[in-house]
Ligand binder design. Structure first.
Ligand code: UGA
Length: 454
């Protein structure tokens, strides 16, 4: 099938490249010409494991342009996958979605086109996008586009760092549509994933037990709500375990054991129960804020989701309190942060706990040194309001620091020569914000170790 994807962020690009790998003809549009140039030259502008490799395999089915007329000509399915960042009141900024919808309306062809909201958009956006497309089409052509297109919702559940595997082997595919033809076309588009009958790339093997992927078909509003509810629930699960971690610290219980003990209950499940310094990234914060903001429009409060946010963002202040408890005075002290990205295997810094923690430490007069295996280059470009020093290696961070905070659990940090490194610190002290390091080993090396909920 012929597919156009508008927006080449994590979601748009991964979707486009994966569909091209499955044999569809995919054109990706982005208004950012530098990004399009990079993609035309075969270079993926974001860090996402496996994406460059699958891109290379699918290159013959991929086309990139910053021209809407070129990208929208004679296409069967158009995905809108542009950003919807939070506005100051928590509601999502829909300006990019609106622009995309206008351009679609202006360039809509004669045949039937399925338009898909892939961006996370507020409930009711399907109808809103449809109205914008209709108006833009009419303004350009002087007549109504009755029956020429249908807007569906197909929310995305991929996680950064495992985006490819989540796209090729998802837990489910959700399609919200009131139009039979649109539903049939989208089912056909995703057929290789639903049936799991494609040849998996060697570097993203199919999970052994996966035989097929459930397809959930529903109305537009329900599909839109499924996305928000899923992210809100996952954020809640993490905030819940972090709340239990707080009391576990007080009573002398161990949160890792507690997570194992409750996670084995099949009604609860073991995933997303890792206590730490909480969630960040471009999704949980934005989507929970949007849900609270939508509820307000209807005169509703969302106390559970609001609490999930409150618990989460307080964790960042708590880290600094714990460092102060240990060091007493922060002025003139040097603190090293291991990790900057909001999670491992990505260079994404959006709403990253590391940045908040660094900010709070510098506000209290500490000097902050940081290291991240991948995200430092991006941080140098994007973070200008923070006085931080970048270490050239993780090892360097330990020279004359008063405390190290592990913020992002990059697997390579377990390989560090910890005994040797802690001996380089002024007074060895490590705060493990992800319960990731080997406590016994560090203590044996003479280091004071504090984790979360232990
Ligand atoms: C999240 C959802 O997991 C995806 O399903 C969804 O598609 C995506 O948002 C989105 O809406 O686009 P993502 O933000 O990429 O994905 O990454 P996650 O793996 O969910 O991690 C989010 C944050 O939660 C990270 O900061 C991570 O460190 C933290 N986390 C995760 C924990 O603190 N504990 C856990 O047990 C799991």
């Amino acid at each position: 099938m012929k597919v156009t994807v508008i927006g080449t962020g994590y979601v748009g690009l991964t979707t486009g490249v994966a569909l091209a790998y499955l044999g569809h003809q995919v054109t990706c549009i982005d208004v950012d010409e530098a990004k399009i140039n990079s993609l035309q030259n075969g270079i993926i502008p974001i860090y996402e494991p496996g994406l460059q490799e699958i891109f290379d395999l699918a290159a013959k089915n991929l086309h990139f342009t910053s021209s809407y007329p070129e990208g929208l000509i004679e296409t069967d399915i158009i995905f809108i996958a542009v950003g919807t960042p939070s506005l100051s009141d928590g509601s999502p900024n829909m300006a990019y979605v609106k622009d995309a919808a206008i351009k679609i309306g202006q360039n809509l062809g004669e045949g039937f086109t399925v338009i898909v909201n892939k961006s996370t958009v507020p409930i009711g956006s399907g109808n809103w996008v449809e109205a914008i497309i209709r108006d833009a089409f009419e303004a350009r052509n002087g007549h109504k586009p009755q029956g020429y297109f249908s807007v569906s919702s197909n929310p995305e559940f991929l996680k950064e760092g495992t985006a490819l595997s989540d796209t090729l082997y998802p837990d489910r595919i959700v399609i919200g549509s009131d139009n039979r033809q649109a539903l049939d076309q989208l089912t056909e588009l995703y057929s290789p994933i639903i049936q799991q009958d494609f040849t998996p790339p060697s570097f993203v093997p199919r999970p052994e037990k996966l035989k097929s992927v459930p397809l959930v078909t529903t109305d537009l509003a329900s599909a839109e709500m499924i996305k928000y509810a899923a992210n809100a629930f996952l954020s809640l699960k993490i905030s819940f375990i972090n709340e239990i971690a707080s009391i576990s610290e007080k009573v002398g219980a161990d949160i890792v054991q507690i997570a194992k003990g409750i996670g084995l209950d099949s009604r609860i499940g073991p995933k997303f129960l890792n206590a730490g310094i909480g969630w960040g990234g471009s999704c949980f914060g934005k989507d929970t804020a949007a849900l609270v903001s939508t509820a307000q429009e209807y005169g509703l409060k969302m106390p559970i989701i609001a609490a999930s946010r409150e618990v989460n963002y307080h964790l960042r202040a708590k880290v600094v309190e714990k460092i102060m408890d240990e060091l007493k005075i922060l002025k003139g002290k040097t603190i090293g942060l291991l990790g900057l990205a909001f999670k491992p295997n990505t260079d994404d810094l959006r709403d990253s706990p590391a940045l908040d923690i660094a900010r709070k430490l510098t506000e209290r007069g500490a000097k902050v040194w940081v290291h991240d295996p991948i995200a430092m280059e991006r941080a140098k470009k994007e973070i200008s309001d923070l006085e931080i020093k970048y270490a050239s290696s993780a090892e360097e961070l330990f020279d004359e620091t008063d405390a190290i905070i592990l913020v992002t659990e990059w697997p390579q940090y377990t390989e560090l020569p910890w005994e040797q490194l802690v001996s380089r610190m002024r007074k060895p002290f490590i705060f493990d914000g992800r319960n990731f390091l080997d406590k016994a080993r560090l203590e044996k090396a003479g280091c004071k170790y504090i984790g979360i909920g232990k």
